[in-house]
Design a protein around this ligand. Sequence first.
Ligand code: FES
Ligand SMILES: [Fe+2]
Length: 386
Amino acid sequence: MLTREENNNLTRVGRGTPAGEMLRRYWQPVAAAGELSADKPIKAVHLLGEKLVVYRDTKGDYGLVGERCPHRSASLAYGRVDAEGIRCPYHGWKFDAAGRCLQQPAEPPDGGFKDKIKHTAYPVQKLGGLLFGYLGPQPAPVLPRWDVLAWENGRRWIEVQEPLRCNWLQPMENSVDPSHLYWLHGETAHLLPNVAHYEEDHEFIPFDSGIYKRRITPGKNPGEPPAIDQHPLLFPNTLRHVFRAKDKMLRHNLQMRVPIDDAHTQVFVIFFEPNDKDRTPADADVPWSYFPIRDEQGRYRLEHVLVQDAMAWETQGAITDRSEERLGAGDEGIILFRKVLREQIEAVRQGRDPLGVFRHADNNRVMEFDVINERIGVFPRAQKVA
Ligand code: FES
Ligand SMILES: [Fe+2]
């Protein structure tokens, strides 16, 4: 249980809020690179309570700037791009990716007015087919080359989910909540007949990028070995997961839960399937698709595991009231995660880097995570990128 004030401190994402300042120390995905094309080079992006647009100019470079034009607030989401930047649709003011105003067609050319304009602008990087933006103080940390983003020997693709109508912390608490598997996903995972007497064991192991969640489930029959699942929570807002799909291929994935504002979250799921025939450079655009949570009647598509989760998170409330919860022994991981969150928020308040922020890492080093499931063996590692 948390007080209302503690709940606010851990959940709110706006600039100047405790969690909002902490979240701004990390690169956050804003779009699949493939969402921007010559036909549709601009996407409105609402991130951490800020209204922005991400665009690709005609040279192929990216920018992430404020959505509202500093002239008289029209939306740059309906603007035009050229080789230098983005132009407002209303009176044609033009901006570059650093926020400089390059042109004001209705102003005298030598008046110097444009030099007084500084538009909101943030750096953008591309990795694993995603565009990342960084909204925190300079200098920006390195963008971590997590395995699913940087592996090259296989196939990568992205699902951009229908935005969740809830705060980002609800999906993240789920990442350290092993026991929900048996109920929420029990039918899909064929576990329900055993849930009345399941005796699983959990371990939560903090490490330099987050918390490993390990679930140890005893065998159903005498002599049967336990099943072990191990999925790291990559601090602060990503789950590193893996499963074996119906076609028997491994689906390594990252589930990145990006705060739109206090009550909405954009989930990007990035999949990587190691195989012998495909090669996907880490800097390549990759296929992407939109994943709806609801059907045309507005009902949850509960046949999908990720929608079962989304249903649980949204029905907890837009920002769940943690002053009313009753935590038990099965919520050990949630208690640990909140402790880590508080510590990292405090580190940022004191001017230190929080967990998982790296400044001197070798940019080419791929960060691989141990994800084990003994039902199907220790996962073969994809080949490292030089
Ligand atoms: S509102 Fe953008 S140029 Fe006038
Ligand atoms: Fe789940």
